[in-house]
Design a protein around this ligand. Structure first.
Ligand SMILES: [Zn+2]
Length: 236
């Protein structure tokens, strides 16, 4: 009966409004692919390093959103997963904040030029990516800090309780540390415990379980190519 049904729906709406209960935020089960894993694995796993530029050089993701309360931008799924990471950290008593996100080619060019002008090219290359070579241009990279701010963009962030929590749990939400201390010679970047790169929960967890630190090593190992195909439906 339409009237009864409408009444029931109205009652439910009131009940939901009163209790504050709404549909729970979509929590993809571990068996479920995320949208980027399913629809955009090429960008999700794109390698951007000192040697390998982003392609095309002026690439800009079309789904950038801002992090609440800041001007920092990142791809929509990155924000979703980072919100989960922050919530889990908070439950364990750790406060985190975002201190950088997406950077355009032009922004990176300005940053790199600043370093070159003030400190010389060698120092600039050790610290700042050349334009087109920053993971931040993918919209998949973020820099984090603890809410105490005691080790803002400093390596001691890795020793704080927050930094250790991030290193231990980032993979569960699809993130990895792009510049771990153990791989400095390979990345050409100093240890950056604050820099996280999103690759999706499947690849991040697989890398973590297999003890592979760098995405380049993971993608380069022939044994893992089949594995990635298996993980991401062989569209990567
Ligand atoms: Zn960074």
């Amino acid at each position: 009966m339409p009237v009864a049904r409408a009444l029931a729906a109205a009652c439910l709406a009131v009940l939901l409004a009163v209790t504050g209960a709404g549909p729970a935020p979509a929590q993809p089960s571990p068996d479920e692919e995320t949208s980027l894993e399913r629809d955009d694995p090429a960008h999700l796993l794109a390698v951007v390093t000192k040697q390998v530029p982003i392609s095309p050089l002026d690439y800009e993701p079309d789904d950038l959103v801002t992090w609440p309360g800041t001007d920092y931008r990142m791809r929509a799924e990155v924000r979703e997963q980072l919100e989960r990471l922050f919530a889990a950290a908070r439950e364990d008593g750790h406060g985190l904040r975002v201190i950088s996100g997406y950077r355009s080619y032009d922004t990176q060019a300005g940053t790199y030029d600043y370093w070159v002008r003030h400190y010389g090219r060698a120092a600039a290359d050790a610290t700042s990516a050349r334009p087109g070579h920053s993971e931040h241009q993918t919209g998949l990279a973020v820099d984090l800090d603890s809410t105490t701010g005691e080790c803002y963009l400093e390596q001691c962030f890795g020793e704080t309780a927050e930094g250790q929590w991030v290193a231990e749990h980032a993979h569960e939400f699809g993130f990895l540390l792009s510049y771990p201390s153990a791989a400095r010679a390979l990345t050409g970047f100093a240890y950056e415990p604050w820099h996280l790169r999103y690759v999706g929960p499947r690849v991040a967890t697989d890398m973590h379980e297999r003890g592979v630190l760098l995405l380049t090593s993971y993608l380069g190992a022939s044994a893992s190519s089949a594995r990635i195909g298996e993980l991401l439906g062989s569209r990567g």
